[in-house]
Write a protein that binds this ligand. Structure first.
Ligand SMILES: Cc1cc2nc3c(=O)[nH]c(=O)nc-3n(C[C@H](O)[C@H](O)[C@H](O)COP(=O)(O)OP(=O)(O)OC[C@H]3O[C@@H](n4cnc5c(N)ncnc54)[C@H](O)[C@@H]3O)c2cc1C
Length: 523
């Protein structure tokens, strides 16, 4: 058991955590704790790009309107305004720090993605935008002597004092517990994709931050809004590899197993309709044609252009004998992004004093009921900086050390793999793209039974993650049960209407009720 003291604790090393760390470096000592190597994060795998109103044909106001429209009326406008107005400065700053976005001649090359009404998506090395952003931020972090790194460390729980203030976190590294005490803690642990059996997200996204904050008394908001990406590789023995939205932006089309284009039957924008519409259309087409997938077809595009524009996707598909310049690519949807999360204001403040959150783990309300493609890397930069700025004020707080009483009898989850697979299947099949009261009630029952298996005190990463996944899965299911209407990414086949859906659902732990839900009406 070890005690570590720092001014600022950052949990997570994706775009949001690293940007917050850079901001805090001017104020004191910063410690970045992360589960694996610094790079391992959703950020590293982001392909398509980062949306920003910087081109001559674009305006901040149009980016604002597109984001609000994608959010289906549930975006918090103040957060969207901050995102689109501060976005250009964050990107220019990143370029100053060395980010190499693709250019045509010397001009930045903006591409079009679904539901954007202008070409505004910057990309790097074709389809490796996240990797480039992560590279630049890590280099910047390394340039500060007062930003320390703590890799291969999983935070288990936040440490909260008797007044309910967060004063640090308990962390597992090399099978040892470390107590990290800080004047302010920033959670930037990313999303919850791993809760679903089909997901684009890396293995670290087990919703730990949401579960830890929830246990510490923080309010979570709109957890039922999970975005499913329509086009994820579906091939035997292949990983669930994302085929970027930009492939449809550049002219790729969707075909069913009979080779027919079908998107025009579902939406006037066809392949460029919002993600939830495309995902549901694919599922309907799969059911109609009794197949496990549809096809993404780029074969009519210039093959040199495809190889140059999507080099990483081209190389990855080739490993599985799919040449995207010649073959139609089998795809089906998968869980991709969590719109809901720890409720914060536009400065990253959560409802727990001393605790800040930014990036996918947080819910500023910027995405409403559905995220506009490529807005989340920008979100990490803009709100990561803001969370850092607002945490910096805590430099004047006393550094409090607390004697933490620990459970002694640690166990591991029996049949871990089986239970994890079961939980992920329940979420995918019953709380996935199309939900209804029957499927959600069955999920509730199954999660209750899984809950018996994840009860106890654990000290191994796999069991701890499973406990977090179960807790977040329960919250998502319960909020989805309570939202009896369809809006954005939440679709109920028994309540397909959007009518009466204009509210946010907030929840927190409650000694008596277990989970206490409240609704906040909009407009
Ligand atoms: C395949 C893919 C493609 C995408 N493409 C795009 C795109 O083109 N454009 C776009 O805008 N968005 C895209 N996204 C979404 C975007 O990448 C993410 O929303 C964004 O990167 C999230 O950043 P973050 O900093 O909040 O979290 P992440 O980048 O996920 O980082 C979370 C960090 O927290 C750490 N962590 C988690 N739990 C713990 C714990 N208990 N203890 C310690 N550390 C912990 C993780 O190890 C990781 O370092 C994509 C996502 C994926 C998966």
């Amino acid at each position: 058991m070890e005690t570590i003291k720092t001014d600022f604790l950052i949990i997570g090393s994706g775009v949001a955590g690293l940007r917050a760390a850079i901001e805090l470096a001017s104020y004191g000592e910063v410690l970045v704790v992360t589960k694996e190597v610094l790079e391992e994060s959703s950020t590293e795998y982001a392909q398509g790009g980062v949306a920003v109103a910087l081109s001559d044909e674009d305006e901040v106001g149009i980016h604002f309107e597109d984001t609000i429209r994608a959010g289906d009326g549930l975006c918090r406008e103040d957060a969207v305004r901050v995102l689109v107005e501060e976005g250009p400065d964050r990107i220019l700053e990143l370029i100053k720090w060395g980010a190499e976005f693709d250019r045509i001649d010397s001009k930045l090359d903006f591409t079009l993605e679904a539901a954007h009404s202008r070409k505004r998506v910057l990309h790097a090395h074709g389809d490796s935008t996240g990797k480039e952003i992560e590279r630049v931020l890590i280099n910047k972090v390394m340039s500060y002597n007062n930003i320390k790194r703590f890799p291969y460390s999983m935070t288990i729980d936040l440490i909260v004092n008797d007044e309910g203030r967060c004063i640090g976190a308990k962390c597992l590294k090399d099978n040892e517990i470390h107590y990290i005490f800080a004047r302010a803690t920033v959670l930037a642990t990313g999303g919850a994709g791993q809760l679903f059996s089909r997901t684009t997200n890396p293995s670290v996204t087990t919703s730990d931050g949401m579960a830890m904050a929830f246990r510490a008394g923080a309010v979570l908001e709109d957890m039922e809004f999970v975005q499913f990406h329509p086009t994820v590789l579906y091939a035997p023995n292949a990983p669930q590899f994302l085929l970027s939205e930009a492939m449809r932006g550049e002219g790729g089309v969707l075909r069913n197993i009979y080779g027919e284009r079908f998107m025009e039957r579902y939406h006037p924008q066809a392949e460029l309709a919002p993600r939830d519409v495309v995902s549901r259309a694919i599922i309907s087409e799969m059911v109609r044609t009794k197949s496990t997938h549809v096809y993404l077809d780029l074969t009519h595009l210039d093959s040199d252009f495809i190889k140059k524009r999507f080099p990483r996707i081209y190389r990855t598909c080739l490993i599985y004998d799919i040449d995207i310049t010649r073959d139609r690519v089998p795809v089906s949807p998968a869980a991709h992004y969590t719109m809901g999360g720890i409720k914060t204001d536009i400065n990253g403040k959560t409802s727990v004093p001393g605790l800040f959150a930014a990036g996918e783990v947080a819910c500023t309300g910027v995405h409403g009921a559905n995220r506009l493609a490529s807005n989340s890397l920008l979100e990490g930069l803009v709100f990561g900086k803001r969370a850092g700025e607002s945490a910096s004020i805590c430099i004047d707080e006393e550094l409090e050390l607390l004697q933490v009483k620990d459970e002694e009898n640690h166990i591991t989850v029996d049949n871990y793999s089986e239970i994890r697979t079961r939980l992920r299947r329940v979420m995918w099949e019953r709380v996935g793209i199309i939900r209804c009261n029957e499927s959600l009630s069955l999920a509730r029952d199954e999660l209750k039974s899984i809950g018996e298996a994840v009860r106890g005190s654990f000290l191994d990463r796999r069991s701890l993650e499973l406990k977090n996944m179960h807790q977040t899965a329960t919250v998502i299911t319960e909020t989805a049960i309570r939202r009896r209407c369809s809006i954005g990414a939440h679709y109920r086949s028994d309540y397909p209407s959007r009518e009466g859906c204009m509210y946010h659902i907030q929840c927190k732990t409650d000694e008596k009720e277990g989970i206490l839900f409240t609704t906040e009406r909009v407009g």
